[in-house]
Design a protein around this ligand. Structure first.
Ligand code: HEM
Length: 470
């Protein structure tokens, strides 16, 4: 267990008193903390960090919630499953996850995660590349370069078209792909998915069309029904399953190999939806923030364009970008990480302590919620030098900043993101075509939606020009 690696870590059994020199995290929870945090989470974290350091108590979400950011405490927060933490999410969110998510059943977490992992690594990712290339290229080519581009909606449209075939196994670009299924159009599917996504954040646990949660739950049922029909249709076609084709096929092939194993229909249907939930808006947020950050930093853009020329040579954009080429684009990878560091779409990792623990002489009491906050971890000078400067170089040798538990855009430890490599792959392909085809510059600071994910506001626009005509 990871925390055996932590020095000065003590797990307190019921009734055990902490060592005499133990202290509590600074700051008293305040009644207005939830409002202050939601109104401006960046400022809330920065102000408290400046005053109290990287660990402080708050009353955010109506209980004692300890914000943490330094690597060692993040490590402790990330690795307590089944020992001293549980997932701390509202009951509505847990209900929307359902019992087949990786968060709900910590006892089954390891076996489920290792069964799902092959779909998001190595050969499988390589197999996804032709589709990602094609859909992203066609999507960007359809943008009107004489107009202002509404960045987030434009990116969102493409991401949906990439992720639905990869995760739900339904190729929306094929004519009649929805024929015989209980959802008849892409528009309907997209609207249901949005309602499903929003349902995770509805706080009133009343299954009624009048509540966000109720509508979300209803959408969930319809989407599960839809996935059931997709599976039935696949079976009816009787074709040999190509386990490498998409996430759904990988699971169906797993079921064929071991009919009583992890991959039961109910699990498969839920996983398709859950992975779409986990990925779509996160990747949209990341890609649109990347467009913004590149536009804000012309010197970074110049290096990225140079790297494209070095790696791609004379290759034109009608040829697929290969995984070898993507691997060679180290400055692009660093720029994506720097975007994740500065404008990470997902903000918090919440865990409730089921036992009291002492780390480095600080007591974290049973019942408190720990929030490992990127807004703190990513601006700590001991993790990142000159944190307020946008500088992709920091992730490259010799600086190599952003070690494990310091850079936490994809979480860390037991529940580290399953789809991090897929997210990086899609974002890289997106960035390559953008750099090859378009010119854009950002002169004004944008405002961002902060919850549930951080992203550019939908009405934020930038002028784009074709590189050919620039
Ligand atoms: C920019 C894109 C993404 C970001 C920023 C992101 C971020 C995160 C973070 C911070 C966590 C940890 C949550 C926690 O510990 O409470 C996480 C977990 C997870 N992510 Fe992602 N994610 C992204 C893309 C994806 C994609 C593409 C997939 C799958 C298709 C995915 C699937 C998951 C899953 C299944 C977990 C839970 C893993 C577990 O419980 O072991 N994510 N992600």
């Amino acid at each position: 267990m990871t925390n055996q690696l932590l020095n000065n870590f003590l797990l307190l059994e019921e009734g055990q008193t902490p060592p005499s020199e133990t202290t509590l995290p600074p700051r008293q929870p305040q009644w207005f903390d939830t409002f202050s945090y939601i109104a401006d989470p960046d400022q809330f974290c920065r102000q408290n960090l400046a005053k109290y350091g990287p660990i402080f108590k708050t009353g955010v979400f109506g209980e004692t919630t300890v914000f943490v950011g330094s690597a060692k405490v993040n490590q402790m927060a990330f690795n307590g499953d089944q020992h001293y933490t549980e997932i701390a999410l509202p009951p509505t969110t847990m209900d929307m996850f359902g019992q087949y998510s990786l968060f709900q059943r910590t006892d089954l977490h390891r076996s489920r995660k290792s069964a799902l992992s092959p779909a998001f690594t190595g050969k499988m990712l390589e197999g996804y590349l032709p589709l990602i290339n094609q859909v992203v290229l066609e999507g960007i080519q359809s943008w009107k370069t004489t107009d202002l581009l509404s960045v987030f909606p434009a990116v969102e449209k493409i991401c949906f078209d990439v992720l639905v075939p990869l995760l739900l196994g339904v190729d929306l670009n094929q004519k009649d792909s929805l024929k015989g299924l209980p959802i008849s159009s892409k528009t309907e599917l997209k609207a249901l998915y949005k309602t499903f996504f929003d349902g995770f954040y509805g706080l009133v646990k009343w299954k009624s069309p009048l509540t966000v949660y109720g509508r979300g739950y209803q959408a969930r049922e319809k989407l599960l029904d839809f996935m059931g029909s997709v599976i039935q249709q696949r079976r009816a076609q009787g074709e040999v399953i190509n386990s490498q084709a998409d996430f759904l096929s990988m699971m169906l092939a797993g079921q064929e190999e071991n009919p009583t194993g992890v991959f039961q229909d109910i699990f498969i249907k839920n996983q398709c939806l859950l992975q779409l939930w986990a990925s779509h808006y996160e990747i949209c947020g990341l890609v649109s923030s990347l467009i913004y950050q590149i536009g804000r930093h012309p010197e970074v853009k110049k290096r990225l364009v140079q790297e494209q020329i070095e790696v791609m040579g004379e290759q034109t954009s009608d040829k697929m970008i290969t995984s070898q080429q993507l691997k060679a684009m180290v400055f692009l990878e660093a720029t994506i990480k720097e975007t994740l560091r500065t404008l990470s779409p997902s903000s918090t990792v919440n865990r409730r302590l089921t036992k009291s623990v002492v780390l480095d002489g600080v007591l974290y009491q049973k019942g408190w919620v720990l929030i490992a906050e990127q807004r703190i971890a990513h601006i700590l000078p001991e993790h990142f030098k000159q944190p307020d400067v946008f500088d992709p170089e920091r992730f490259l040798s010799p600086r190599n900043e952003g070690k494990m538990y310091e850079f936490i855009a994809f979480g860390g430890g037991v529940h580290a993101c399953l789809g991090a490599q897929l997210a990086m792959l899609i974002t890289k392909v997106f960035a390559c075509y953008l750099l090859q085809l378009l010119n854009w510059e950002v002169t004004q600071a944008a405002s961002f939606v902060q919850f549930p994910l951080k992203r550019l506001k939908s009405n934020y626009q930038i002028p784009i020009h074709s590189r050919a005509t620039a």
